[in-house]
Design a protein around this ligand. Sequence first.
Ligand code: PLP
Length: 235
Amino acid sequence: MTDAGRRSDLAAALREVHGRIERACAAAGRPAGEVTLVAVTKTYPASDVVLLAGLGVTDVGENRDQEAAPKAAEAGAAGARPRWHFIGQLQRNKARSVAGYADVVESVDSVRLAEALARAAAERPDPLEILIQVSIDGDPARGGVTGDDLWRVSDSVAAADTLRLGGVMAVAPVDWAPDRAFELLNGLSQRLVEAHPGATTVSAGMSGDLEAAIRHGATHVRIGTSLLGMRNPLR
Ligand SMILES: *Cc1c(COP(=O)(O)O)cnc(C)c1O
């Protein structure tokens, strides 16, 4: 496809997603400006990041360091510097690399990972923003804290000078009604904000369930498929 063809496809998809966000905000009685779109560009090339940035997208999400690091460099060389959100499971030995290009790490779920990121972020000019990933159903297999680990990990992040505690992130379990999952997440977010007043971010909602997430207070929605198209099913 030509660059112009891809650009017009992305522009149309972006209008549609913004329309969904605006309607969901209106239905929830929330101002549309309260919800930030994070375009999840995993498996798609840096050229798509450049096109999306040109269309006004300010935030992009990636889930694998070995893909994201060169993509951020390539997009940056082409003049596109969106806020990069790291949204995938992260090994501690990748903390240094991720702290080099990410603005937000949304998938922190252990004190040890928080400590590795705190050390890695010492080389940055500004603190690295951290969201604590919550496992809604208590199954840690896909990542996320369970039970009281939310408080242990968030206290560890808040205590680190090189990190800034932004809030929480979750993926709704496939076998749960999204409304139930996001209502639970919202309750945890409110308790977190009581302890850490600046930690107001709620990253929830993907292509299939952004309306439910916005109903329950999401401040960030992470949208891949509805914007960029179907990914290779292996990813
Ligand atoms: C891939 C991914 C998304 C985007 O999912 P879509 O259904 O394609 O919108 C959101 N969040 C996380 C953590 C992801 O890995």
